[in-house]
Design a protein. Structure first.
Lengths: 135, 151
């Protein structure tokens, strides 16, 4: 049964054999190997950054997303409330504009509806008509 | 809370004010239509400004007589209290429900009333202000039933 010590010895021999082989390689081959290693390391950078979110970063990210979702929901509510408010004001002003433009352009002056003297005179005339009408 | 503080005032005034510009920002043709209101425009509440802007939109579709009446009455109307304006609107709304004959009668009676001497009108006004026998509720505060046009 192989022990840990045997495995370490085996690894040392393998490394020595690889070092010996590598030393005899052509310079163009070692340069290509070096470039390939650098390229592999560059590609490894991105997965490392993603993996870093798996711990505390992930929790923070989740929290931020929840926070933003809350703000977005509130903003949507606020925009909706603003829309309803504008619609109500528009409806009210349109109704007022309808009646006021008709009232102000009518042949009978708006004063007819607010002049207490005219109201009194109308009442007086109405009473006279009632008195003179046949019983 | 920060968002609420920011959105609250905007809800109260922002969108409304944006639709009710100051006098200097109005187009020239709108200023001409609303000219009688010019001196008081910037002190007017935004909702009233919006109403007048809508009236100004309707103005070009009116005939010359109606346009003249609106411009002549604009200033006096704007100077009425909100309660007086509301009373006039209610009175007018009632008259609009009346028959054409009743409306003609009202028009005729208003013409006759306007022709009365100023002192007679003042006497009628003072008489309306006096409490009637049986209490103040006996006095009419809105237009009474218009007599038939045959008088």
């Amino acid at each position: 049964m192989k022990t840990y010590r045997d495995e370490v010895e085996f690894a040392r021999r393998v490394r020595a054999a690889l070092d010996k082989g590598a030393a005899g390689l052509d310079q163009s081959v070692t340069r290509r190997l070096y470039e390939a290693r650098c390229d592999a390391l560059r590609h490894q950078a991105a997965p490392v950054a993603v993996l870093s979110l798996a711990g505390v970063g992930h929790t923070v990210s989740e929290s931020l997303h929840r926070h933003y979702r809350g703000i977005l929901a509130f903003l949507a509510l606020a925009v909706g409330a603003a829309g309803v408010h504008i619609w109500q004001v528009q409806t009210e002003t349109t109704e007022l504009a309808d009646i006021d433009s008709a009232l102000l352009s009518d042949e009978v002056s708006p004063s007819a509806y607010t002049d207490p003297g005219f109201l009194e005179w109308l009442r007086h005339v109405s009473e006279q008509d009632d008195d003179s009408s046949p019983q | 809370m920060i968002v609420a503080a920011a959105v609250g005032p905007a809800l109260a005034a922002g969108p409304v004010l944006a639709l009710a510009p100051d006098w200097a920002e109005l187009p020239t043709d709108t200023q001409q239509i609303l000219a009688p209101l010019g001196p008081d425009w910037n002190q007017m509440e935004s909702i009233r400004r919006q109403k007048w802007l809508k009236i100004a939109e309707r103005y070009p579709k009116m005939n010359k007589e109606e346009q003249g009446r609106i411009q002549r009455r604009m200033t006096a109307w704007a100077k009425l209290t909100p309660a007086e304006r509301q009373k006039a609107r209610e009175g007018y709304a009632n008259v609009r429900k009346a028959t054409p004959a009743q409306r003609d009668a009202l028009k005729q009676m208003w013409t006759e009333y306007e022709a009365l001497p100023p002192e007679e009108k003042a006497r009628l006004g003072a008489s309306a202000a006096k409490p009637a026998v049986g209490g103040p509720a006996a006095r009419p505060t809105t237009l009474p039933a218009v007599p038939p046009p045959a008088r």
